[in-house]
Every structure is written in structure tokens, then in C-alpha cells.
Design a binder for this molecule. Structure first.
Ligand SMILES: Cc1ncc(COP(=O)(O)O)c(C=O)c1O
Length: 398
């Protein structure tokens, strides 16, 4: 029985090799031809039909009326904040368990990021913790769908209505996630996604803003397209805008992957749910829980907490090293953003954020695109490490 063999770190045969997992970014056949078609066109950037088609397909897929493709997710968030008139003197509430630039985009427009605690169950921003921090300077809340797991959007929209605030979804990791009968990205005032290399849809870099608000869509134009109004003339600059546009080559790569997005999302969801069942049965492992309205987790990251006490004191670093030796693509996760020296944070420590940062472990999304048998192998690796955790802890201590 494989489960009884020694872990790879103690000389056993690794459960798998990292090369056994589907590669990411995906090398799809036909992509070179799609790119070659752009080469033949006259428009490689601004006014490209390929960019327009991608915007239309991606926004329609996420139940949003409007989409504007941009250079990356960070700039897409800056553009939303600027279009909403958020700037110096304003506050924006967000989690500290997220990627750095959710916060730095807020700082970039001159507003103050205000960190609220997360739920220890879902690892997403806790609406009641966020609401406690609302004051008359608060202009927006940014719920992040961390790892692709939808945040509690119905509670956030309730807060928005009570306090006249904007809800901006950070859907950078949540391509194709479903919540309350809709896809994420269409659930607040505006949303953004990222197409950076690791993401579930990728062109190496890239981003998009989605909204159902026509006025906001129009306000975004001069901000991302050099001060030009929607349908404005080339040299008609109505404001001091920047250039945040995506190229046609990136759009062609994204458009090509769109054909697979739904199939990939379904596969990650079914493998993710299956793997959660297997891993939640292991003492000391707790996978991220869902909101009741969630219909699909995008599983950009498969996130769980690890309790070393249930593994004979084997440290999280030692546990991750043992998983990697078994061929799994496992990493440590975020650290609390407010601890970064340049954040100038004067609030209290956020206990759930600190505990999830201390105990959180991530498995990369591409593993969920493998067959069901590979999910079983992941669970075998965990159980094997637990069974030999005393020896592994001793090894780490040597
Ligand atoms: C949660 C989150 N927010 C924002 C971003 C920023 O996106 P980008 O890297 O495309 O600028 C990322 C991606 O790295 C992210 O994971």
C-alpha cells in the first residue's frame, strides 16, 4: 500500500513528479495560428477588433454588460477608483489577506487603505468586521474573492446600500466563479480580473474592468485611453488620462483560451470539491469554506490551514517541504499586508488574518486540471506525511 510507504523526504518513492501535472500556462494547439492572424492585421493595439471581441466575450460570460481590457489587474483597479472619484482624504476598506496591489492601487490614487479582518472559515473579508470601520471618509469596500472563492457579496451589497458606498470586486483570481445565480464580476458597482501568468486565464500580463453601469463605463474611457472620451476623436483629450490599454496579441491569447474556460472551471470545481472531502477528513487540515450562495469556486488557489499540533509538531515549512518532495506544487501564502513597513498601520492586529497567514498553505490551480486519480494521490501524500510526521519533525530539527 502506497499510503504506508515512507515519505519522499525519508527516502521513499515520491507520490508523483511535478512534471506529471498539467503545464501552466497551457500550450494549446492552434494558438500560434491565432497570433499569426493578428500579425496580418493593421491594428495591433488601439481600436483592434480582437480586443473588442475579447471584451465582449469575457464580460458576457461573467454576466456583465461592459468590459474594458487593460494592461494588468493593478491598473484596472486604479482605473475603477479614479473613475469613482476616489482620492486624497478618502478611505477604502479591504482585507490584509490579499495580493499587495489590492492595497497599493488604493494608495496610488492617494486614498487610504483600511484593513478589516477576514473570516477564519472562508479566508475572505468579513462583512461585519468591514462595516465596523465605515465612517464618513469611507468611499468603497473591496471584497477579494481570495483563491477564487466568492466573498459574501449579498452582505457587502447590504452594507453599500446602508452607507451609500461602492463595492468593487477584486476578482483577479476568480475567473468563472459563480454566486447567487450569476458569475462573480457582475455583483458590485465594478470588478476587475487579472491575466498575469499564474491566473486561470492568462496572457502573461493583462487585466479587465467589468461593470453594468453605463455612466461608470463612460467615465473609465479617458482614464485608460489617454484622456479620450468614448467615441471621442484621436486628439480630443477631455482630461489628463493615462494609457492602460491591452495589446491585440494579448487579447488573441485570451480569446483563444476563452474556448476552454468553462470546461476548465467545471473540472477545477469538481476536482476541488472532491479533494476538499478527502483532505478535510485528515485531522489538522481545514479547507476554505464557501458562502451558502456560492455555486462555483474558481480554485485559482486551493487554500487550507495546517495545524502542526496534529502532525507531531512538524512545522508548516517542514510540511510544505515534504509535500514538494512528493511532487506537489505547494507553497506558503500571504503575510498580513499591514505588517509591511510602508503601510504605516496604526490599527489593532487582525486575529483571523494572522492565524490564516500563519497556518495557510496553497496548492496551485493547475493540479486541479489533472485526472481524479491524481486527487487521490494528493490525499495519499498528505496521509503519508501525517503518519511519518514525528520522524519528519525530527528531520527538520536536525
Ligand atoms: C487578489 C489579487 N489582486 C490583484 C492582483 C493584481 O493583478 P495584476 O498582477 O494583473 O496586476 C492580483 C494578481 O496578481 C491578485 O491575485
Amino acid at each position: 500500500m502506497t499510503a504506508l510507504q515512507s515519505p519522499a523526504l525519508l527516502g521513499g518513492e515520491p507520490i508523483t513528479k511535478s512534471a506529471d501535472w498539467p503545464g501552466w500556462p497551457p500550450r494549446l494547439s492552434g494558438l500560434n495560428e491565432a497570433l499569426a492572424k493578428v500579425v496580418e492585421q493593421d491594428r495591433w493595439g488601439v481600436h483592434s477588433d480582437v480586443v473588442k471581441e475579447f471584451e465582449e466575450q469575457f464580460s458576457a460570460y461573467h454576466d456583465a454588460q461592459y468590459g474594458l481590457a487593460m494592461a494588468n489587474g493593478t491598473l484596472a483597479l486604479s482605473a475603477i477608483l479614479k473613475a469613482l472619484g476616489i482620492g486624497p482624504g478618502d478611505e477604502v476598506i479591504l482585507p490584509a489577506y490579499t495580493f499587495l496591489t489590492t492595497a497599493t492601487a488604493v494608495m496610488d490614487v492617494g486614498a487610504k487603505p483600511v484593513f478589516a479582518d477576514i473570516s477564519p472559515r472562508t479566508f475572505n473579508l468579513d462583512p461585519s468586521e468591514a462595516e465596523k470601520l465605515v465612517n464618513n471618509r469611507t468611499k468603497a469596500i473591496i471584497p477579494v474573492h481570495v483563491g477564487g472563492n466568492p466573498a459574501d457579496m449579498s452582505s457587502f451589497n447590504g452594507i453599500a446600500a446602508r452607507h451609500n458606498l461602492h463595492i468593487i470586486e477584486d476578482a483577479a483570481q476568480a475567473h468563472g466563479a459563480g454566486y447567487g445565480g450569476q458569475k462573480v464580476g457582475s455583483l458590485g458597482k465594478a470588478s476587475f480580473f487579472s491575466f498575469q501568468s499564474s491566473k486561470n486565464l492568462t496572457a502573461g500580463e493583462g487585466g479587465i474592468v467589468l461593470t453594468n453601469d453605463q455612466e461608470l463605463y463612460e467615465q473609465l474611457h479617458p482614464i485608460y485611453n489617454c484622456g479620450r472620451a468614448l467615441n471621442g476623436a484621436w486628439h480630443q483629450h477631455i482630461s489628463p488620462g493615462m494609457n492602460y490599454r491591452l495589446s491585440a496579441f494579448q487579447a488573441a491569447v485570451l480569446l483563444f483560451q476563452m474556448k476552454h474556460l468553462e470546461e476548465w472551471a467545471q473540472l477545477r470545481e469538481s476536482n476541488g470539491l472532491y479533494l476538499e472531502k478527502l483532505l478535510n477528513a485528515i485531522p489538522g487540515i481545514s479547507c476554505a469554506r464557501r458562502e451558502p450562495e456560492t455555486e462555483r469556486n474558481a480554485y485559482h488557489l486551493f487554500i487550507f490551514t495546517y495545524d502542526e499540533e496534529k502532525f507531531n509538531g512538524l512545522s508548516k515549512a517542514g510540511f510544505i517541504k515534504a509535500l514538494q518532495a512528493e511532487g506537489l506544487l505547494a507553497t506558503d501564502g500571504y503575510q498580513p499586508l499591514y505588517l509591511l513597513p510602508f503601510m504605516d498601520y496604526s490599527g489593532p492586529p487582525l486575529p483571523a488574518t494572522e492565524s490564516v497567514c500563519r497556518q495557510g498553505v496553497w496548492l496551485r490551480q493547475s493540479q486541479l486540471l489533472a485526472g481524479r486519480g491524481m486527487m487521490d494521490k494528493i490525499a495519499v501524500a498528505f496521509r503519508r506525511i501525517q503518519k511519518f510526521s514525528r520522524q519528519l519533525a525530527g528531520l527538520a530539527a536536525d
